[in-house]
Design a protein around this ligand. Sequence first.
Ligand code: SF4
Ligand code: SF4
Length: 357
Amino acid sequence: MADRIIRHSDLMKLVDEVARKRRIIGPVARSVPECEPPVRYFYEDVERADQLDLSFRYCVYSPKRFLTPPSETLFAFDQDDGGFVAAPQYDRRPTALVGVHPCDIHAIRLYDRVFDLEHRDEHYFARRGATMIIGMDCPGPCTDGVFCKDMGANVAEAGFDAMLYPLGTDTDGDEMRYAVMFGTKAGREWLLYSRQSAAPNADDERAFEKYQADKEAAFSFALRTRREDLAELLGRSYDSLLWDATARRCYSCGSCNLSCPTCYCFDITDETDLASGSGRRWREWDGCHLPEFALVAGDHNFRPKAASRLRHRIYRKAVWIQERSGVVGCVGCARCDRACTAKINSVEIYNQLAEEA
Ligand code: SF4
Ligand code: SF4
């Protein structure tokens, strides 16, 4: 059962109300004539709701950069009495991520888990704690090649403050109506406080049930192996010739890592002014496909070959992250596949391994 029903124009008014108190980030259409399709969607900062385009199918990148930026200062430091004094830098700007699809909500839930393993990442949680998530459900696959259903990520039942389900236009003709589910008290208060929404009536409930049935039929499986069996499949595939054969095409560019909503590796650098002794520690995204990723002192590289780096990434996504965190390491969004100039494709890798096995 839906919690509320809201019309698009009322939703836009609500987002404008939120924008008075929070930074708003959501899908924005951009013309990119050299690409196919020539209009693409990106999560961006906006000042007003009418700058958002909630009819988007998918955003090229996930909203991860707003929770863990590509580059950020962790703390500044100064010398003091022979030691150092650190001043951590946290970003606690109140923020609302609007229009987050279920796959990206699953990816954020993964971050919530891994950034709290052993050493809690206070910089991540400063942003996360200040961020409200207003999800947008997908009525069907957003584009070819996704395998979110295989990874259990085409539906989100938690990880949002409120989730919107686009039911279609209303009986008057041209305005989208959304069913809304609350995920948290903050989401409930946001919607109920302003009285822009209504309780669902019997017709709304039928429309919501139909929406869910149509959605179930619209998604199909792409993998020949169940998600639960991927670990066993990969356990038998470590020495497969497929890694070398596929990696011959790999440019080691790292685009698959950087576009992935569940990749979270970073590199740390200290910068010190030798005269004053003051400086800063900062981090930036790293990627396990980059040749220097596993390079250590003495010029030793644990994964010098592209094949070993490709295998490492696939094992992390399908096995190791889940073993360590309990959360599946890939949400099947296929951004890595779309970003890859060499057309290396995760679904093909899993399915070829299944065929070999
Ligand atoms: S995007 Fe493709 S070519 Fe680039 S590192 Fe990843 S697999 Fe290799
Ligand atoms: S590995 Fe590829 S399909 Fe899986 S979450 Fe990352 S970008 Fe999406």
